[in-house]
Design a protein around this ligand. Structure first.
Ligand code: CP
Length: 316
C-alpha cells in the first residue's frame, strides 16, 4: 500500500478487517517493522480520537511519532497558488514538503469548508498534500471521506457478526451545526463492499448523499420503517449535499430514542463520536448495553495500526 486515501486503496476489505482483528490480539508483534521509522500527524482541524489512536497505533508498532496542530501551532498557511501572501506566512507547498522530510508516513486531516462543493468534492486540499508529500500519505479525514473511522466501524461490526449477515442502517440525526459528509460517505462506501450486509440509509428529503458514495444503496425518508429488524443503527448527522453545507431540517424528530430502538432487532447503537447527547441520541440509548461506541473508538487504534503496518511493510 502506498497511500491510504479511501477504501479504493484496499485490495480486499474482508482480508483487511481480519488482519485488523488479528493485530488487536497481538498489538506489539510488529515492533521490528516500526523501529527507526517516524510517523507525522498533521491536523488542520481539531481531533481527540484520531490523534490519540494514531499515536497509540504508532507506539504499538515501535515507531516514533510527532503531531502538529497546523490550525493552532504553526504559521498561517496559504492554500492557493499565485496569491500575494500578505495575510499568510507559509505556502502549503513548502509546509507539506518540509514536514514530509521529517517522517516516513505523513498522516493528514484536512476537513471540508462546506462552502464550495466542487472544491471539497474534488479534494483540492488533500490532492495538494498528496502532490507535495515526498512520503506515503494517510487520510485522517479529508473533505469527503474518513476511511480510518470506517475501517474501525466495519471491524466492530465484524466482531459482533463474524460472517457479517445483518441489517445495518445509517440514520441521519439532528445537529446544531452544519457537519461534513465524510463519515457517512465513507461508511456507505465501505459497507457497500460487504455483500452479506443488507444496508439502508435513512435521512430527511434533500439529505441524499452524493450518489458516487451511495450508489445502489437502499434509501428511505421514513426512519421508523428503516429501523424495523435492524441489527445495527449507525447515527450520524451530515449537512445537505444538494443544498451544499446547509441545515435544511431543524426538527429533533430524527433523534435516536429508546422508543425507536425498540423497533429494531435489539440493534447495537453506533456513532463515530464526538456525539451531542439528547440532540443526536437520548442518554438512555447511549448509556445502554446496546451502545458500542466505545468499541468503535477503541478499534480506531487497530484500524490505524494495520494501515500504518501495510505502508511500513511496503517501504522495506
Ligand atoms: N471520530 C473521530 O474522528 O473523532 P475525532 O474528530 O475526535 O478524531
Amino acid at each position: 500500500m502506498k497511500n491510504f486515501f479511501s477504501v479504493e486503496d484496499v485490495v480486499n476489505v474482508y482480508d483487511l478487517i481480519k488482519e485488523a482483528i488479528t493485530i488487536k490480539k497481538n498489538p506489539y508483534g510488529f515492533q521490528h517493522i516500526g523501529k527507526n521509522k517516524t510517523i507525522g500527524l498533521v491536523f488542520f482541524n481539531p481531533s481527540l480520537r484520531t490523534r490519540i489512536s494514531c499515536q497509540k497505533a504508532a507506539y504499538n508498532l515501535g515507531c516514533n511519532i510527532w503531531v502538529l496542530d497546523l490550525h493552532r501551532d504553526s504559521w498561517k498557511i496559504e492554500m492557493e497558488d499565485g496569491n500575494v501572501m500578505k495575510d499568510t506566512q507559509e505556502h502549503i507547498k513548502e509546509a507539506i514538503s518540509v514536514m514530509s522530510l521529517y517522517c516516513d508516513i505523513l498522516a493528514v486531516r484536512t476537513f471540508p469548508h462546506l462552502i464550495d462543493r466542487d472544491y471539497d468534492y474534488n479534494e483540492i486540499l488533500f490532492k495538494k498534500v498528496l502532490n507535495y508529500s515526498k512520503v506515503p500519505v494517510v487520510n485522517l479525514e479529508s473533505a469527503t471521506l474518513h476511511p480510518l473511522q470506517s475501517l474501525a466501524d466495519v471491524m466492530t461490526i465484524a466482531e459482533f457478526r463474524p460472517f457479517f449477515k445483518s441489517k445495518v442502517v445509517l440514520s441521519w440525526v439532528p445537529h446544531t451545526k452544519p457537519l461534513p459528509h465524510s463519515v457517512a460517505n465513507s461508511f456507505s462506501q465501505w459497507i457497500s463492499k460487504i455483500e452479506e450486509i443488507d444496508f439502508t440509509i435513512t435521512c430527511p428529503e434533500q439529505y441524499d448523499l452524493y450518489e458516487k458514495f451511495s450508489d445502489g444503496v437502499s434509501i428511505t425518508y421514513k426512519q421508523n420503517e428503516a429501523f424495523l429488524n435492524a441489527d445495527f443503527i449507525y447515527a450520524k448527522n451530515w449537512s445537505s449535499y444538494m443544498n451544499y453545507g446547509k441545515i435544511l431540517c431543524h426538527s429533533y424528530d430524527w433523534m435516536i430514542t429508546e422508543k425507536k430502538m425498540k423497533k429494531t432487532n435489539e440493534a447495537k447503537f453506533m456513532h463515530c463520536l464526538p456525539v451531542r447527547r439528547n440532540i443526536v441520541v437520548e442518554d438512555s440509548v447511549l448509556d445502554s448495553p446496546y451502545s458500542i461506541v466505545l468499541q468503535q473508538a477503541e478499534n480506531r487504534i487497530y484500524a490505524t495500526q494495520i494501515i500504518f503496518l501495510k505502508i511500513l511493510q511496503s517501504l522495506s
